[in-house]
Write a protein that binds this ligand. Sequence first.
Ligand code: GLC
Length: 792
Amino acid sequence: MFGKIKSFVKEDNKIKIQFQNKTLIVEIINSGIVNFFVPLFRVERASKAVESFVNQKCYFQVTKEDEGVVITTEKLKVKIFENFKVDIYDNYGNVLCEDYRGDRCSFIRRHGNLDVLALEGHKVVKDSKYKVMVLKKMEGNTFFYGLGEQTGHLNKKGYHYKMWNTDDPSPHVECDECLYKTIPFFIALKNKQAFGIFFDNTFETHFDMGKENADYFSFSAVDGNLDYYFIYGPSVKEVVGGYTKITGTTPLPQMWTLGYQQSRFSYTPESRLLEIADNFRKKDIPCDVIHLDIDYMDGYRVFTWDKDKFPDPKETLSGLKERGFKVVAIIDPAVKKDKGYKIYDEGIKNNFFAIDKDGIPHVDKVWPGDALYPDFANEKVRKWWGENQKDIIDNGVAGIWNDMNEPASFNGPLPDDIYFYNDGIISDHREFHNVYGHYMAKATYDGIKEYTKKRPFVITRACYAGTQKYSTVWTGDNQSIWEHLRMSLPMLMNLGLSGMSFCGADVGGFSFDCTSELLSRWVQVGAFTPLFRNHSRDYTRDQEPWAFGQLTEDINRKYIKLRYRLIPYLYDLMWEGESTGLAVIRPLLLSYQQDENTYEINDQFLCGENILVAPIVEQGRNVRMVYLPKGDSWIDYWTNETFEGGQYIIKKAPLDICPIYIKSGSIIPNYPSQNYVGEKEIKELILNIYPSSTNKESSYVHYQDDGESFEYRTGKYNLYKFRLQNENDVVSLKINYEYGYEKMYESFRIRINNVKVLEVMVDDKKADFIEVDNGIEFLISSKNKKCFIKIK
Ligand code: GLC
């Protein structure tokens, strides 16, 4: 198809290679990231995921060798051959990724007596619906991760996935090929080295991770350009860092968004909403957010209120705000076809809706009945939509939940020949479908940011690569079944590896009826997921934390309270994530890439670097095996027992125990109990310290700011840097500060776990301490710089 290489030229950081039939542009993003672009569909690269990043100036060399063009950077050697075959090596000459040279051959699907075909082995695939396709050679020991929220297991090897944002109401199953999100990015891990591939194509794309043939994996698209990035590690962390450098990271959210969130389809009328709020406070269960699902609207007309159900939303929401409750309201894209309804009239007048081939606005069926789809591809529409957030925010709504934006319709997918005004270019539904939700979230985010100047809280169901810059995501309509609790772990871990740091699943499950045991086990997982929202659908049984009686209410309270103590830790992770791209929920392999036992752990995760969670995801189970990764020792959060890493242990876990392990050497910041974030002014930060038993030095950086504005971007924040050492029977804690924000803690309550203490010295003076459980506690002023704790 490409033919022989005729010539090449180097222009800044690009190398233009002219083949007989096609042009390839190779762009060196930095020494470890290379983009390959062939304009098959459009001449210009108009990425929806990549907005702005400055290419790092880096040295590279281009030479012509017998076989082809060779590009050498500090980290990579990229060899390009005729017919655009490309092989990539590290700078030691090890092959990282090679193009597959053979023909596509599929395995045989047998039916009846087809033994003859069986003898022939694989079957050559002749026709293909793909206009773009890349095949890469696969080694047997390759593991694949990422690809967004796809169902199934953590490792995607041997499966085929489709990226076509889909709202299919049937229960999610392991063999689903696609759900609501398109994140065409994956990570390959082979011989402990990792690289990633981001295939930036918004059409229906396919990822075959060795299902068709174990000799290769492939990515393909039904149309569009060939545009992909090779992102070198060698660590998985560096691959995620590289991918989020290109597509953006999740910005630090307002702190309250990390609190517990209660939702239901739907809390109406107003009296029910207030009853829910009352119950949380009465029952001493912390809660920050209550969601309003579609029934708060007048006939499902977006940006309206049903005045029978909510006669005075402003007053109601302001009453809730005084008690610490923030209200998040749902906004779907589909606009009811209804003359006289402001949003519809404005949209029609300004040609703001997607149109059919004759230029007539397309009408489909969604919640409001006949409805039209705003053309979010058009910047003017995004601005209009953004401005429409003003009214709902003036009524006191604190965050917006965007749903049904695949875009979904009750008649199935929109026809291919629906048109969008895509940054000035008319695009059909095939091209714009997968980014519809992305642009809706962007419009919402930009509108809220412009109006409130605070960090917007947006949740979206559909997205594309890069949506993490605007929105948190949830995994859509799961069910109250154990299988979906189990499945949510790899889904969230892979979302995290795909840049979607702020994510969660509906805790308790959306459809079907939850049970008390399932809810408690789900709350135990939710307590560690960044978006911690319990949501259930209409006509299912109640699912609030108290809905199943005292025993499970107490368990749910215990874990929701634990979550609130961990808020500063989670907030630190979100802050760090804004620069590193790393998520809160992580598979073990992210931190323990040298330990191959971690590569396929589906039912355990790390919350940041320091907390390992091994939840129970099976009914009736009260004991489980836990793998503790090699290289660190681990402390049982409940019993304080220490275990060496690199072993499997058996942990008893009755219903009120979720197995949690703290990495030794950890410093974990805690807040005191609160009913909601911001209830108390936190003058004293608790530091929960687990000294390392192996004399390892460790450190932790705690971040503090106003919790809501963008002022941190101009330096208004404090950093507290702690260094911990355990040497010669003395645990030392040294503190360094960086101030930019006027409010700082007055004191630190230091809690040292798992030690018998003889003496505590704070800045060279002897200090008092008290013994607690399995350790000690003492208070220091935030002006103190160092503590020495003499242990037995
Ligand atoms: C969709 C959403 C769900 C919501 C429902 C009604 O099914 O995924 O969360 O409750 O619509 O708005």
